[in-house]
Design a protein around this ligand. Sequence first.
Ligand code: ACO
Length: 317
Amino acid sequence: MRSVVVGFGGALPRKCIKNDELPASLNTSDEWISQRTGIKQRYVIGEGESTSTLAAKAAKDALDFAKISPNDVELIVVGTTTGDYTFPATACVVQKKLNITNGCPAFDVSAACSGFIYALDIADSFIRTKRARSALVIGADSFSKILDWNDRSSCVLFGDGAGAVVLKAEEDTDRGIQYCKIYADGSYTDCLVTSGGVATTQGAGVVTMKGRETFKFAVEKFCDSFRELLKNNNLAIDDIDLIVPHQANVRIINKLIDVLKIDPKKVVITIDKHSNTSAATIPLALNEIKDTIGANKNIVLLSMGAGFTWGAALVKM
Ligand code: ACO
């Protein structure tokens, strides 16, 4: 039994803030942000928008693309660390927004920017073990709500958004998720952490980050997990058609390209348009390229986030 990706969707808030709008309130510049990160703009939620509204819109798009009706969904997993509420899970709010009344399980996964890959791995396990025949896997975050907008070293990096895929069980196929491996190393919790939380400050806190350590770790783990994926699947780098890495900094992605000697044309980059949308970057990028992904293409997804958490997946379209 394999999980085949049959639908893609994405959603961005209405409001877009371009780099050159930031110096009005922050000691920064378009030049610094563009050169150091590749980011040109970010979207932030406004009135009437939240993580669940973006997640539900992305999910609806993905279901429409897959031509699957909401009540045929048998599992909803949302990777997020900025849900609408402490509880219930954003996945349950999405279930309500999509009018899914079939009682399917719905829960969130907290792995920061690796949330989508973690959610994908869990949903794939449900499908392979025949506990679900279809799944909505969503990555959605609203980091604009947990940024210190006076901290130029972190606030310029992030934006809000959601992306979703639909997985469908298929037997006797060589398409679908071939491999997914997720990892964590909790000894790095202090490198990328919010300044508070429910059981400490009774609030959400704001993002604090050791940028250089995070950068170094991301490059190392992107490369290590990619090499391991190739080895475990008896593949060479040339067998991979497309790579969709988590979009945190274009320089991290360029290092990956240099170290592994990847053809840059195979690497999907959306950070200029979306910034770092945390758990949403990978499914949002997949949604951007959905009409150009041909059948039988080997796609590698790579993630890295607070924890530190990271992961790699191989999907055959
Ligand atoms: N505008 C202007 N100057 C700035 C800004 C800004 N927005 N931010 C920092 N600076 C200044 C610093 O104050 C410093 O000035 P100084 O030399 O006078 O002290 C100078 O720029 C250099 O700062 P560094 O932190 O050394 O810059 P660096 O080249 O390391 O880039 C960055 C910083 C972009 C944060 C980089 O380290 C990075 O991308 N790290 C990884 C971030 C990341 O991937 N985060 C998320 C991963 S996981 C997830 O997505 C949740």
